[in-house]
Write a protein that binds this ligand. Structure first.
Ligand code: NAX
Length: 328
């Protein structure tokens, strides 16, 4: 058995929280030989505190052999103390009458505070995934407010978009998801994201040989981009179990490695014309030692380049709107 790791989770009383905690504690995220200590940060209101208490009672009732301890926190500095991993899931949802700018600002305040707290108390090698939306910009704010941590400690979740793209392509080509490789989704976790079928393969052959251009443009790309809204329309609630599963995949592969590309929102190193430091979805290689590399040298056709440019412009606009929340 390995030494236990400390895992901090924000928003544990929410929908995704309920779907993810049991998988972290069961070993699905960090492996069957990796004990964990859980630190759970919720908002300090009676409803959230009571809901969290219930979730913790259920976690205890599972008698997970790998769950060594858990504690509820209300102060981010305490929640992140010595954290090896931080899953920033809790965020402000869009309320009635709330403008997009209000939503960006409400979340910017949360992620500024959490970035500062991570900077102060987390392990110097902490691995952070931001799930709470707008996740790319929220991750950027947290990263910028944590100047003593390497930018590579921070990431945003685009893995759900990759998983959705793989499932859709497997269904269309009547293959198994394990036959699909090198599927990446570039950019911002928003409907303008750029799923990349042109660099993907199905059973080792170029994926675009199996489908028509019309299907790619009219079905595949828009359906992946709008899948979140389609789930809300069908279920009456936003994706929770699939989002939790994607976060498990993201952290698992980052910590332990993967034999295929993984899509991660990570600080750009300037590759493919994406401005340095912008948190952008790239195909990455998770090397198995807790580090990753952006896949280099891919060919992007003109329409994909235009989609990437649109994602850059959208993110620049979001980042400009929350500029007051990051240090110069
Ligand atoms: P819920 O509203 O069910 O849960 C959010 C929880 O976070 C609540 O318990 C709330 O009290 C808590 N919270 C809010 N602010 C907090 C703070 N400052 N500190 C600690 N806890 C805080 O939302 P849920 O369905 O769990 O979704 C969480 C976030 O994930 C949302 O922002 C959502 O938009 C985002 N998503 C991101 C996805 C992605 O692919 N990146 C996909 C799924 C999901 O839409």
């Amino acid at each position: 058995m390995k030494e236990p790791v400390r895992v901090a989770v924000t928003g544990p009383a929410g929908n995704i929280g309920y779907a993810i905690l049991f998988r972290i504690a069961s070993g699905a995220m960090f492996g069957p030989d990796q004990p964990v200590h859980l630190s759970l940060l919720e908002r300090p209101n009676p409803r959230s505190s009571a809901a969290l208490k219930g979730v913790m009672m259920e976690l205890a009732d599972c008698a997970f052999p790998l769950l060594k301890s858990m504690r509820a926190e209300q102060d981010p500095r305490e929640a992140f103390r010595d954290a090896d991993y931080a899953l920033l899931i809790g965020a402000r949802p869009r309320g009635p009458g709330m403008e997009r700018a209000d939503l960006l600002e409400a979340n910017a305040a949360i992620f500024r505070e959490q970035g500062r707290a991570l900077n102060e108390t987390a392990s110097r090698n902490v691995k952070v995934i931001v799930v709470g939306n707008p996740c790319n910009t929220n991750a950027w704010i947290a990263m910028k407010n944590a100047p003593d941590l390497a930018p590579e400690c921070f990431s945003a979740m685009l893995r759900l978009d990759q998983n959705r793209a793989m499932a859709m392509l497997a269904e269309k080509t009547r293959t198994d998801v394990t036959d699909i490789r090198h599927m990446a989704v570039w950019g911002n976790h928003s409907p303008s994201m750029a799923p990349d079928i042109w660099n993907a393969t199905v059973k080792g052959e170029p994926a675009d040989n199996f489908v028509t251009d019309q299907w790619i443009r009219e079905e595949f790309i828009p359906t992946v981009g709008k899948r979140g809204s389609a789930i809300i329309a069908a279920r009456g609630a936003s994706s929770a179990a699939s989002a939790a599963s994607a976060a498990v995949d993201h952290m698992h592969d980052w910590a332990l490695g993967a034999d295929d590309w993984v899509t991660m929102g990570v600080p750009s190193d300037g590759s493919y014309g994406v401005p340095e430091g912008m948190i952008f979805g790239f195909p990455c290689i998770a090397k198995g030692d807790g580090t990753y590399e952006i896949v280099k040298g891919l060919t992007l056709n003109e329409e994909q380049q235009a989609r990437i440019a649109k994602n850059i412009a959208d993110l620049e606009e979001e980042m400009a709107a929350v500029k007051a929340f990051v240090p110069d």
